[in-house]
Design a protein around this ligand. Sequence first.
Ligand code: BG6
Ligand code: MG
Length: 214
Amino acid sequence: MDTQAVIFDLDGVLVHTDRFHYLAWKKISDEMGIYFDEQINARLRGVSRMESLEIILERYTGPALSDKEKEELATKKNEIYRNYLSQMSPLDVSGDVKNTLRKLREAGIKLAVGSSSKNTKFILEKTNLADDFDEVADGTMITKTKPDPEVFSLAAKLLGIDSAKCLVVEDAVAGIEAGKAAGMKTAAYGDAAQRGIADHDLGRISDLLEIVLK
Ligand code: BG6
Ligand code: MG
């Protein structure tokens, strides 16, 4: 495969902020008496904050919530989440991820982040990852989140690389679907790698080196 660019999802791929998303939503769910577990959490991967809330509210049995109340819940979740993010440092990026990014770049492969998150810039700053990428496409720049291809198509456009020459790395089923819809090759990691839906399944991020640089 003639890969010229790799587009990385952020949460759950480059850093384990997926854990913080889970903990923040768990706190909101517990306070509202809503059942929430890892299986439901897997459906939140890759989708926007408000869409995540709607998935959680599928099990809500209390009085109907207004749009304003939903906005308040999402804001509260984000405050809890950002509190976790504020404690992050470069040590939260594994050596496996750092080395892989370095080796891909040395080989002339373009690198981008393609994330649904509106907290992307904050996370990249806290972890000192910003300079490792040529371009960043995130939740502040798009109108439709994964499984829509918008964020990945935007990343390819910013890089100036044809979609067919891009490889998407994702931990979300919605993200693999988005990559495919964008006409890109896909590599699944973590949760998505258990599903057998991508072109490649990664045990660790450095498995990419064999796929891209072979
Ligand atoms: C994605 C996460 O990266 O970003 C989702 O996988 C999350 O779980 C989405 O809902 C939006 O994140 P944020 O930071 O804008 O609330
Ligand atoms: Mg993810």
